[in-house]
Design a protein around this ligand. Sequence first.
Ligand SMILES: *Cc1c(COP(=O)(O)O)cnc(C)c1O
Length: 461
Amino acid sequence: MRYISTRGGAPALTFEQAMMTGLATDGGLYVPETVPTLTTDQIAAMAGQSYEQIAFTVMRPFIGDTFTDDEFRAMIDRAYAGFGHDARAPLVQLAPNHFLLELFHGPTLAFKDFAMQLIGQMFQASLTRSGERITIVGATSGDTGSAAMEAFRGLDNVDVFILFPHGRVSEVQRRQMTTPVESNVHALAMDGDFDDCQAMLKDMFNDTAFRDGVRLAGVNSINWGRVLAQVVYYFSSAVSLGAPHREVSFTVPTGNFGDIFAGYIAKQMGLPIADLVVATNQNDILHRTLETGAYTKEGVTPSISPSMDIQVSSNFERALFYAYDGDGAAVAAQMDDLKSGGFEISQGAYQYLRDTFTSGRASEEETSSAIKTYLAKHGELLCPHSAVGVHVAEDHLGATPMITLATAHPAKFPDAVNAASGIKPPLPPRMADLYDRDERVTRVANDFDAIATLIKERIAL
Ligand SMILES: *Cc1c(COP(=O)(O)O)cnc(C)c1O
């Protein structure tokens, strides 16, 4: 199994190389050269299996000989052992043909734990084998940073630095980043907003001396290893509703397009998925693109579902690659046009995207109102991101069972949930002491040299 760049101008890599590299040298994203398929019998055999068993069957064809079967099974087991629910990704019923896939039982209460916990294990195994040590720097508006620190804390060959905008993440998100006691994880509260943090990260990757000096690596959502880990719960949930003998549909609260793209891969692998519905908040670039065929940047307006507040959706490039039938030059040309504000998708590619994805958006009022209604009518307290999902899903309910992905626990966004429902959701008992733990955080200015020096000093210790 080889991985190729969506822009067609970088060398093909193994799974391990693609995972450790992140972005391709031509600026593209790695995708598998061919998507392996599972037979109907293989999918049918997943009925009644554990999440871990299904995970092994789904991901094994993608990893080539990077790990032995025994090694890979052990990593999967370790990755999900810390989850607060035996099913890992339980499915609950909301209405006659509408189901909620709870992806928030991991250690930081958001779906990002599914991928981050596993790539933590895979990075560790790979680095132990090569004897290398790396520095992961990430920028976060909240969920990615806490999931990364949780996944990598205490690992031997990795230091993790997370930049988050000072004063602009929720208290739960901040505490999840500032309370781990392990000395290899470092929370940096930077002056500025999330875009400033992302720009800082970009500068670090563009500074060759710094990048090579600290052996910089990234774990943002374009990492193929993260996409792969998310394919699994499409299978586990669909099978529990009767796949492969019965079709299901999915609605996915979407920001960077990583999660919904994993659903697309599940479908390519042979899972009978009828609709893949992209749900956006008021930052609706993806919904507008699917409606019009034009991908045009607008500014970001902060919302109550902040993990979906994006201006450009990085993983959408992977969908474009398939829409252009693997034509890397065409994808590269479109991405070049994006620098000047946007691009028009060609007729054939646009038709492919329309046939593959549908979409909808939820305004702020619709999101709050969904939180309120689903509590009253369905007994389910939703986080604002999941509320965007159920609102959009309602337009697509029909004979096929609909599964909406619940991407975070309501307790992670207590203020928005409280404002909409009048209830301040409590943290799960296993992390109820989060508010009592000591915090460890370094306040930093929006200053490249200062942050670079701090990182170099810390890793020399
Ligand atoms: C990251 C995130 C999303 C968006 O997922 P993408 O893969 O970026 O589309 C949605 N909800 C929550 C809670 C998130 O943390």
